[in-house]
Design a protein around this ligand. Structure first.
Ligand SMILES: O=C(O)C(=O)C[C@]1(C(=O)O)C=C[C@@H](O)C=C1
Length: 306
C-alpha cells in the first residue's frame, strides 16, 4: 500500500482529493506543501497530493515554486475537485460575535464576498490549511472565533456549521496533482497533459515568443502558462507550462526537445492523463504518422532518392 503525503491535517480538501486519487493509500498529513513534497524527496512517502491551481484564485504559487526547485518530482495524475466552504465555530458561537476568522489564503480569496458581507468587522488570519484552521479554532482558549473549511473538518474537530456554501461561486474547482519521484511515465491514453518548467537563457526581446513558437509550429496546444519570479531581480522569471499531449507523442517530444535546445534549463514535470479526459485535435501534419512519414522522406532525399 503506497504512503502518500498531503497538505493536512485530516479534513483538508487535499485529503479529500487524495482519497479519490488513491483510495487505498496510507495518508501522511504534512503541515504545508513544501513539507509534503520534501517527504517524497526524502523517501518518507512514495508520493504526495498537493493543490496546484484553483478556478477562482488561479495558481497555488507555493506548489509551482516547490515543483520548480529541489530534486525533480513527476506528476502522474491530476484531479479537479469541486470545493465548498463552510463557516465553522465552537458550539454556541453566534456569527455576530465572530471577530477573528482563521483559514487558508486560497479560501479567503474564494469567500471574499461572504466575509465582506457577513463578517465586515472580523480580522481574517491566514492558516497553513483550512483543516489546520478548524483544528485550531476547536482548541479551548483559541484566539480564533471561527474557521472557513470543508464541512467535514467541522465533523473532525467538533465544530458546528454556522453557514454553508459560502464561496463566492458555487462552481469553484481546485486542481490537485499526485506526484512521485522520477520513474516510468503513465502510458499515453490519447487524452493526456504534459507539464514542464522552462528557464530562459536570457531575456532578449522575443525570448518568450520563441518558447511559445516551439509549441505552435508543432500544433501543440498550451493550456496554461504561468510566470514565476526567479528571485534574481524584477523582471527575471521562469515559466510553468501545461499543454495537451504526452511526451511520447512525436509533436510533443519535438516541442519539448526544441525548448531544451533554446532554454537554459527545462524541468520536465510529467505526462499524465487529463482529469477531463478530453482528447486534443491533431492539426494537419502533426500526428505521429506525419512525423514518421516526414522522417522517412527526409532520409530518402538525404540519400538522393528524390
Ligand atoms: O486548505 C485546504 O483544505 C487545502 O486543501 C488547500 C486548498 C488550496 O491550497 O487551494 C485547497 C482547496 C481550496 O481551494 C482551499 C485550500
Amino acid at each position: 500500500m503506497p504512503k502518500l503525503a498531503y497538505l493536512g491535517p485530516e479534513g483538508t480538501f487535499t485529503e479529500e482529493a487524495l482519497r479519490i486519487l488513491a483510495p487505498g493509500a496510507e495518508r501522511l498529513p504534512s503541515t504545508n506543501v513544501p513539507a509534503a513534497l520534501e517527504a517524497v524527496r526524502r523517501g518518507q512517502a512514495d508520493g504526495a497530493v498537493v493543490p496546484l491551481e484553483n478556478s477562482l484564485e488561479g495558481a497555488i504559487t507555493t506548489t509551482l515554486d516547490e515543483l520548480a526547485r529541489g530534486e525533480s518530482l513527476l506528476i502522474n495524475a491530476e484531479l479537479l475537485l469541486p470545493v465548498e466552504f463552510s463557516l465553522l465555530a465552537r458550539p454556541g458561537t453566534e456569527i455576530a460575535h465572530i471577530k477573528r476568522v482563521f483559514t487558508h489564503p486560497a479560501a479567503i480569496t474564494q469567500c471574499r464576498n461572504f466575509i465582506a458581507r457577513e463578517l465586515p468587522d472580523a480580522v481574517v488570519v491566514a492558516a497553513s490549511s483550512t483543516a489546520a484552521a478548524a483544528q485550531e479554532v476547536a482548541l479551548p482558549g483559541s484566539p480564533y472565533d471561527a474557521a472557513i473549511a470543508a464541512r467535514i473538518a467541522g465533523e473532525h474537530y467538533g465544530l458546528v456549521e454556522l453557514a454553508g456554501g459560502i464561496g463566492d461561486r458555487s462552481d469553484t474547482v481546485t486542481r490537485f496533482v499526485q506526484v512521485s519521484r522520477p520513474g516510468p511515465l503513465p502510458e499515453p491514453t490519447g487524452a493526456d497533459r504534459t507539464s514542464l518548467v522552462a528557464f530562459l537563457a536570457d531575456d532578449h526581446p522575443g525570448a518568450l515568443l520563441e518558447m511559445l513558437t516551439e509549441f505552435s509550429v508543432r500544433g501543440v496546444n498550451l493550456s496554461r502558462i504561468e510566470s514565476r519570479p526567479t528571485g534574481d531581480g524584477i523582471g527575471r522569471y521562469f515559466f510553468h507550462f501545461d499543454f495537451e499531449g504526452h511526451v511520447a507523442d512525436a509533436r510533443v517530444g519535438e516541442a519539448v526537445s526544441g525548448l531544451h535546445r533554446i532554454c537554459s534549463r527545462v524541468r520536465f514535470l510529467g505526462s499524465y492523463p487529463r482529469a477531463d479526459a478530453l482528447s486534443p485535435q491533431i492539426k494537419r501534419g502533426t500526428g505521429d504518422d506525419d512525423f514518421a512519414e516526414a522522417a522517412s522522406w527526409l532520409d530518402r532525399i538525404r540519400t538522393g532518392q528524390v
